[in-house]
Design a protein around this ligand. Structure first.
Ligand code: UDP
Length: 324
């Protein structure tokens, strides 16, 4: 089997490429290296192409045969999407449309798409299932919801089979510590907590402690990046059996607050995480926790990391590497 991993130089995409290669799936990585890291492309050939440049996409597909595409290229920061919405609609919506058209021109009929819990907006239930109303409160979530709609239309018109996986909070690093999460600038909670612990980053800013949650800080559902990769591989098999445009929520079904993440990181690292309370970040809902029932029963997904400490431990190991 041949899989094109778009965004394979990035955080989740590189873990995916490694996961596939370990299971004898042939991988090609497509990336424009705008935020990805060349050194993270260790499994499969790197093809430099840009989703906003259809000619470069055409060149990437020409002369290669792919059974499926996994699409991780995206702008994915909630706060940034509030101040730069055009960048989000261009990259995430127009870029994906270009990719779908290239797939159609080159006869590739299967896609696993990285969607997000941000399509739901403010939750109206404790556990968010797939049928929860979609009402995004930031351009990032809106852009991903538009693509979900495009995939429904693409199946109806062209028969494109797809699985959209709505990630909750991707976290952790490869257990052997060779790849992990690195963004510049880093905005994500767990890397920022660990950098504060190591002293390689500033004191953590806790964005709001007046949310309607048990300790006042935001609650999120953290999923290990290898568990995400497992769900993508299961999605390929699922599409063999099931035509259609499918969506699954991909979270553990357990929420942890920012304060709980700080506490777990202090335990794992044995260090103090310096932190201060800062104003709320625009676009953040108070609580986002998945119902993972459908992905478990339909896809057969069984996450290995269900507690917070092992997820943070894997990230900590990577952050402690001398080369980091
Ligand atoms: N957060 C925080 N300080 C940081 C980064 C994040 O308090 O330096 C909070 C953020 O407000 C959110 C949670 O941690 O409630 C997770 O944020 P992250 O950016 O990691 O992921 P997101 O939920 O935006 O996908």
């Amino acid at each position: 089997m041949q899989v094109l991993v778009c965004g394979g130089a990035g955080y989740i995409g590189s873990h995916m490429a490694k996961w596939l290669a370990a299971r004898d799936v042939a991988v090609t990585v497509l990336d424009n290296l705008s935020t990805g890291h060349r050194e993270a492309v260790q499994w499969g050939e790197l093809v430099q192409a840009d989703l906003l440049d259809p000619a470069s996409l055409d060149r990437a597909f020409a002369g290669r045969r792919f059974d499926a595409v996994m699409h991780f290229c995206a702008r994915s920061l909630v706060g940034e999407s509030m101040t730069q919405p055009y960048a989000y609609y261009a990259n995430n919506v127009s870029g994906t449309l270009n990719l779908l058209q290239a797939m159609q021109q080159h006869g590739v009929g299967r896609l696993v798409f990285s969607s997000t819990a941000a399509v739901f907006g403010q939750p109206t239930r404790d556990r968010i299932d797939e049928d929860h109303p979609r009402a995004p409160i930031n351009p990032y979530g809106a852009s991903k919801l538009m693509v979900e709609r495009m995939l429904t239309d693409a199946y109806a018109a062209y028969g494109l089979r797809s699985v959209a996986l709505r990630y909750f909070n991707a976290a952790g690093a490869s257990p052997d510590g060779d790849i992990g999460e690195a963004h510049t600038p880093e905005t994500h909670l767990i890397p920022n907590v660990l950098r504060a612990a190591l002293g390689t980053g500033p004191a953590l800013k806790v964005f709001g402690d007046d949310y309607p949650t048990a300790d006042g800080t935001c609650v999120r559902d953290y999923v290990h990046v290898d568990d995400l990769a497992q769900a993508h591989l299961l999605s390929l098999a699922y599409m063999d059996q099931h035509a259609g445009a499918h969506v699954f929520n991909l979270g553990n079904g357990r929420g942890f607050s920012v304060r709980e993440v700080i506490g777990a990181a202090e335990q794992v690292s044995g260090k103090v995480v310096a932190h201060e309370i800062a104003p709320r970040r625009a676009g953040d809902p108070a609580v986002l926790v998945a119902s993972s029932e459908r992905v478990r029963t339909e896809l057969g997904w069984q996450p290995k990391y269900t507690a917070l400490a092992p997820i943070i431990e894997s990230a900590w190991r990577w952050h402690c590497k001398p080369s980091f």
